[in-house]
Write a protein that binds this ligand. Structure first.
Ligand SMILES: [Zn+2]
Length: 260
């Protein structure tokens, strides 16, 4: 079995098709999914999805590309929402995105620090989005961990080796998406080999970034199988073992999510 630790089932791409998408995931062995929040103000839609599908869980947070519009969301709001709802199993996604650079960097940083404080308080894992921001992210994670540890994931990892190393050294997890499967992702596969087995996760980030076998198509949770296959091959571990390891890691990290 596998767990898709990061997808966006509330996006319009999946409208009216969720029954099929969730059942295709189950058939492919993807038994649980975490649909990730990008706006706290849209949490209700995520909660409705998690209520309809017992195998779907969610997070609560503000994506860095929405940082300006949710600058009023405080740590205590995140903590309250996480504690109020049984199916909220993570904080985020929050972070820094200097690639798109649509939101003020200081607002992205303010949001990230509030999400870190919420993860520290709730002990729920922080889902971190980091793009073209390796140095700032490493500095913030190092400084903040120094004030008190918090569980975290560097999601859809596509950064450089230094940030991977910092993340692992600070106790974090590294999650690989379909990017790992792309022919040109040799550097990323080299980084994957340096991550301890007990810190590896797989995800789709659906509807984005379909892995190689379905490249160019809309991504969906069942496709996480292809990423796990490539991760297994890269590490020289058989597929069943890779599935077992990443699932065990996901249950350890997303400790609020009941095991199936
Ligand atoms: Zn995402």
């Amino acid at each position: 079995m596998l767990i898709d630790t990061h997808c966006h089932l509330d996006f319009a791409d999946f409208e009216e098709e969720l029954d099929d998408i969730v059942s295709r995931a189950h058939q492919a062995g993807v038994k649980q999914m975490v649909t990730i929040s990008t706006r706290v103000r849209k949490l209700e839609k995520l909660l409705a999805i998690t209520e309809k599908y017992p195998s779907v869980f969610c997070s609560v947070g503000t994506h860095p590309n929405n940082a300006d519009e949710e600058l009023d969301i405080q740590t205590e709001d995140l903590v309250r929402l996480a504690n109020e709802h049984e199916k909220v199993v993570a904080i985020g996604e929050a972070g820094l995105d200097y690639f798109y650079d649509t939101q003020k960097p200081e607002n992205q940083k303010t949001g990230l620090l509030r999400h870190i404080a919420a993860a520290r308080e709730t002990r729920l894992p922080l889902v971190i989005h980091s793009r073209s921001a390796d140095e700032d992210m490493a500095a913030i994670l190092t400084a903040e961990t120094g004030k008190g540890a918090f569980p975290f994931i560097l999601h859809c990892f596509s950064a450089g080796p230094a940030l991977a190393r910092t993340g692992v050294d600070l106790g974090g997890y590294i999650s690989f998406s379909g990017i790992l499967t792309f022919p040109k992702s040799e550097e990323l596969r080299a980084i994957a080999k340096t991550v301890p087995l007990d810190r590896l996760l797989v995800e789709t980030d659906a509807p984005y970034l379909a892995p190689k076998r379905w490249r160019g198509k809309r991504n969906e949770p069942s496709y996480v199988v292809n990423t796990a296959e490539v991760l297994a091959e890269t590490l020289g571990v058989n597929y069943a073992e890779m599935a077992r390891i990443t699932t065990e890691n996901a249950f350890r990290l997303f400790s609020k999510m009941p095991k199936v």
